[in-house]
Design a protein around this ligand. Structure first.
Ligand code: APR
Ligand code: ZN
Ligand code: ZN
Length: 365
């Protein structure tokens, strides 16, 4: 069985034959149909996300249940599933208060690159191979916890359904669950890649009046218009904050989203807000970065600076709902899938993402 494995940081990903173990109690074996290529996978390659290697990459994906371990009740063989990369434990403090995105157990397992019991399901020549966020979707088959296998309607092609597993949930959830954008608002979105385009369509869905997209590539800004941006700023050509002021009657925006993961653009999101505005950090910066914010502005401008992890969602409820919104014509998925790849072309898919060639690249199995 083939999987795309990161053997060492900063190295090309290798498509290798790996062994997969049977699902243990509470786990599900999934035959992958499609996996999205996300910038978070690239963060792992660059060691910005501190995960162990060798590791099967991929955390956005959809497939068909092949077999289930003892005690699994939520899915059965033949079910179509989208994988959640934050499979909640249901027991920790944050699960108790229904903040499944903050599940301590899921975060600890993700850091270990292992399943909840601390062991892995992939092996290469008898050695353990770790798994990205208990999913590892860049593989023909994978074993995941029951809470990761979210059953979905069967009338959405699996390569489109895969997208709601990370980029759509993260982007749309940042707007609806975290910022709770109100109709008529002004919204700035900095970084219009696979996730940022979903922040834009989330803002449109929420009835935002002005959606100002910021990117360094004109091709990305054109995509942003397709997803609902009303204004665009090429950050290489124009001063972002001055231009946002011009577009918002010199007040600044009510909401700003950073969807890259860099300290400078996080500060930019905060600084382009009007007093009392809300900035939401979606992008994942490396754990040793710091953001510089003017101290006096904190009390005198009363802004909110917050973040969102997996769109602050409840995957079991929200992933199927996002697919319902797609079927109702209210969310774009077809336009996100710019190009499909074979598993062996995964490095090309990363390069296309960096070159701004795709909204989202999808690996099809
Ligand atoms: N200013 C504006 N835009 C920028 C800048 C910059 N300084 N630097 C990069 N960008 C743009 C890129 O041109 C690209 O369009 O940010 C976008 C990033 O998009 P992708 O590479 O497709 O990344 P994506 O998968 O959307 O992830 C974005 O969200 O979930 C997190 O880990 C993920 O940190 C990552 C972020
Ligand atoms: Zn992702
Ligand atoms: Zn938990």
């Amino acid at each position: 069985m083939k999987a795309a494995v990161l053997l060492d940081y900063e190295q090309p990903v290798q498509t290798l034959d790996v062994e997969l173990m049977d699902p243990k109690p509470g786990e599900v074996l999934v035959k992958m149909a499609a996996a999205g290529v996300c910038h978070s996978d690239l963060h792992v390659i660059k060691a910005d996300l501190p995960l162990p290697v060798p590791l099967v990459l991929g955390h956005e994906g959809a497939g068909i249940v092949e077999a289930v371990g003892d005690g699994v009740t939520r899915v059965k063989p033949g079910d179509h599933v989208v994988l959640s990369w934050v499979p909640e434990c249901g027991e920790c403090y944050f699960c108790q208060i229904s903040r499944y995105d903050m599940c301590d157990s899921a975060a600890a397992s993700a850091l270990m690159g292992a399943q909840r019991d601390g062991t892995t399901r992939f092996q290469l020549a008898g050695e353990e191979v770790y798994q990205f966020s208990m999913t590892g979707t860049f593989a023909e088959y994978t074993v995941v916890p029951e809470a990761s296998a979210i059953p979905i309607r069967k009338d959405v092609p699996l390569e489109l359904a895969a997208l709601v597993g990370c980029s759509v949930m993260t982007g749309v959830g940042a707007v609806i669950n975290t910022a709770k954008v109100r109709p008529g608002s002004s919204v700035v979105v900095i970084g219009t890649g696979g996730v940022g385009l979903n922040v834009i369509q989330g803002a449109k869905l929420s009835g935002a009046e002005k959606i100002i997209a910021v990117d360094t590539m004109d091709r990305k800004l054109e995509m942003a218009r397709t997803f609902g941006a009303t204004h665009t700023i090429n950050a290489r050509e124009k001063d972002v904050i001055m231009t946002v002021l011009d577009y918002t009657d010199q007040l600044g925006a009510e909401y700003a989203f950073e969807v890259i993961g860099r300290p400078e653009t996080i500060a930019q999101a905060y600084n382009c807000l009007r007093k009392t505005g809300t900035a939401v950090v979606v992008g994942i910066a490396s754990p040793n970065e710091e953001v510089c914010i003017n101290a006096f502005s904190i009390p005198s401008q009363a802004k909110t600076l917050t973040g969102t992890w997996y769109g602050q969602g409840n995957p079991r409820i929200d992933l199927p709902k996002l697919l319902d919104l797609y079927k109702a014509g209210k969310l774009k998925l077809d336009e996100l899938m710019t190009r499909t790849y074979d598993l062996s072309q995964v490095n090309e898919a990363f390069q296309d993402m960096l070159d701004g060639q795709v909204a989202r690249g999808i690996i099809k199995f």
